[in-house]
Design a protein around this ligand. Sequence first.
Ligand code: NDP
Length: 605
Amino acid sequence: MTIPRTPGAGDLAALRRRYRVERERRVRPDGGRQYQAAEAEFGTYAADPYAGAVPEREPLRDTVDVAVVGGGFGGILAGARMRQQGVERVRIVEKGGDFGGTWYWNRYPGVHCDIESHVYLPMLDETGYVPKWKYAPGEEIRLHAMRIAQRFDLYAHALFSTAVTSLTWDEASASWIVATDRGDSFRATYVVTATGTLSEPKLPGIPGIKDFKGHTFHTSRWDYAYTGGAPDGGMTGLAHKRVGLVGTGATGVQVVPMLAEDAGQVYVFQRTPSSVDVRANRPTTARDVGADHDGWARERRDNFLRIVSGEAADRDLVADGWTESAALLEKLLPSFRRQGDRQGDRSAFEAEYEAADAAKMNELRARVERTVTDRDTAEKLKPWYRYACKRPAFSDHYYPAFNRGNVTLVDTADTHGIERVTEHGVVVGDTAYELDCLIFATGFSVGVSGVHSGQLPVHGRGGTQLLHAWARQGPRTLHGLTSHGFPNLLLMGSLQNASSVNFTHVLDEQAVHIAALVAAAEARAALIEPSRRTEDAWLATLAKDAPDHAWFHAECTPGYYNREGGGRPNGPSAYPHGAFAFHALLKRWRETSMDEVFRAKVRAR
Ligand code: NDP
């Protein structure tokens, strides 16, 4: 189907039909159950290839001021902001062998952040660091995470290769007892949970993975001992190997060009193509990004967040694919907030948003056609869904890789993905592909880590478990960060808070906020704990303009954004007016209403 850049009403109807057909082709009755976690017999897929031999140590029984669960950017920023507020003993507990979180685990070849480095890397003003590329390689980001940790002395008390297994409030000492899988049981006056969202690797739940006799691993645990080389290439170990890569999400799109360069033969097993926009990465200087005065990074980051949150801005400092597509998403966002308009007059909404969306997606499909020479391969690489149904990807090397003689695209949409793994390779339909190495770029389980899933049990006042307390009416918080019955527990993440493509910015605002809470609680010798009434008021604020985005996700191709095609229910899960407005709200609240979250300590008898 050829569709013009500026589609008319007839074209839009045809496009809608095509999207429906493509969605139906992909929805599976088993939805999220189609995957298996990298645990138990598949635990080797989650083992840490970077930590080396983990040193023995005695279990800890001491006391710290703040315990932080998770050493990714969330935990590091919480630690750094606490240190800025004068907190002495901050202990970050991290499963990996060092700081970095997602950037510790994801070291696959080609790994970069596709959010501009000058807005993604936090604390640039504070550390004086100026990133060297518009989009930083993973290693530069990981080193920056370590730089912040060093700068704020977070290594002193950190525990690596250690997982927190439970958190228990002890009323008598007004502190938390933190238990870990290394036998620790230490106390902390405050606990911060910063466990992230996409951290547990998953695999397709298909027969035969254990039978494969070749080499196999997940992209978030890249085995350089086998492939040779490093994240920037040079994988000489693959020179004569037949390599299969399963998955073409944001990770697969970055890996394919690197495999194409180094491997003998590459089979890319695709189920749904990503939309892949222009990347235009380039080296940058301090001058390019205006890094000549205090606060330059904060200004740039605020400007980016303003634009991607749909707020007016007098200039666009970052000017890339995210800020460009914000104009399109701006047309969509108000429709999420105005349920009546869309139900009453869908045609007006469609005319504006759908035409803009179709123009954008046509441009992206035209990009495939312009770049990929084989017609059949180009057709299979075209994304047939609305922009942002799946996480947009960016690359200037992905499509050209398919013009190489050693790269074959294997479309698996008709069979709902690869169906079986055998001793020798992968089966799709009636074709068996023999492989030496099978790599899974199949993403991560959503919502299984941390306090919200029960993986980390939290026992609050009176021994009540957090998930039990929330079982009847759903999660109850103030700003997503504190919850009644769980004193001095500070929850980082997007639930009942805010989200953005630039998530490190959201995390930093949370870190600033909770560090201010801790400093104020110390000054008042009080506990941080919202009343039920304060929580009710916050839930009412969230519900008041709760977005109606269920229709959007119901029409999208399956993926983790819409619970594998099952849709995403409406509900007050985040602040409805965007991250920029939310941060302003938090700041105002700190200035005017902070006292409502403190309560007196009850003296132990
Ligand atoms: P995703 O979940 O986005 O992608 C998984 C891929 O595996 C999809 O293409 C999926 O197909 C495919 N797949 C799953 N099961 C099968 C099967 N049985 N057969 C064939 N294919 C299968 O994971 P990613 O690791 O790519 O990305 C996860 C997230 O990490 C991103 O959305 C992004 O938020 C973040 N990320 C960010 C980057 C950045 O630069 N900032 C870079 C990389 C990742 P289908 O789509 O059909 O389900």
